[in-house]
Design a protein around this ligand. Structure first.
Ligand code: ADP
Ligand code: 5GP
Length: 202
């Protein structure tokens, strides 16, 4: 199953997702490609695959992305190869912007879409400042884009307000676990239970 998480930069998506993949079995994070410079706390292949603009353009030309978008002045994309490798191991969770979520919705109707909100604009600003990994111009750009992004929240399947981190993590975990229990996801298990019954006597 595919889970798509969106929300303005600094709302806490990476923090929530990092905890979720520790707590929930058989789900992994899809690592995107980006042309954004690596932050001091980030490692190649962990948060992102960091590539040059030339490499990113080459990948677009070769149709290597499921979706890609320009966000806050840099390119970000989900590679088809990354998704193909991850789905072999179980469910996959993506952190993409609203444009990416829109593209995936047209391609994968079965995916579950979640929007993460900050409690208030002031909290978002503080989180971006406290994270201390983006320069002032980048923070301004992220805050300017936040309102436009949040206007799209009501079109998602689920909305989580990341006020208290623990609760936000639990809510996302609940969404993942509930999606796994949906009847259409359980067809194989229903068949297996039925097979465990003795054949009816004629
Ligand atoms: P995003 O991935 O959405 O850009 P991050 O996960 O990097 O956001 O979070 C931005 C900052 O906010 C980080 O410094 C993180 O530790 C902090 N943060 C995340 N969730 C909360 C929360 N519920 N309360 C306070 N700070 C938070
Ligand atoms: P950041 O630079 O803060 O890590 O991410 C900036 C924005 O890019 C966030 O909104 C994040 O969700 C989005 N993003 C990250 N990876 C992808 C991707 O592969 N595709 C798209 N469309 N957006 C992405």
């Amino acid at each position: 199953m595919l889970f798509v998480v969106t929300g303005p930069s600094g709302c806490g998506k990476s923090t929530i997702l990092a905890q979720l993949v520790k707590d929930v079995r058989s789900i992994s994070f899809s690592v995107s490609h980006t042309t954004r410079p690596r932050r001091p706390s980030e490692a190649e292949g962990r948060q992102y695959y960091f590539v040059s603009e030339m490499e990113f353009k080459r990948m677009i030309k070769k149709d290597m992305f499921l979706e890609w978008a320009e966000v806050h002045g840099h390119c970000y994309g989900t590679s088809k190869r990354e998704i193909a490798a991850r789905v072999k191991e179980g469910d996959v969770i993506l952190d993409v912007d609203v444009q990416g979520a829109r593209s995936i919705r047209t391609l994968r109707k079965d995916a579950t879409f979640v929007f993460v909100l900050p409690p208030r604009a002031a909290d978002l600003r503080k989180r971006l400042l406290d994270r201390g990994e983006d320069d002032n111009a980048s923070i301004r750009r992220r805050l300017n884009n936040a309102k436009r992004e949040i206007r799209e929240a009501s079109s998602f399947d689920y909305v989580i307000v990341n006020d208290r981190l623990n609760r936000a993590v639990l809510e996302l975990e609940a969404i993942v676990l509930a999606a796994r229990c949906r009847a259409e996801s359980q067809a194989a298990k229903i068949r297996a239970v039925l097979r465990s019954f003795p054949a009816a006597k004629k």
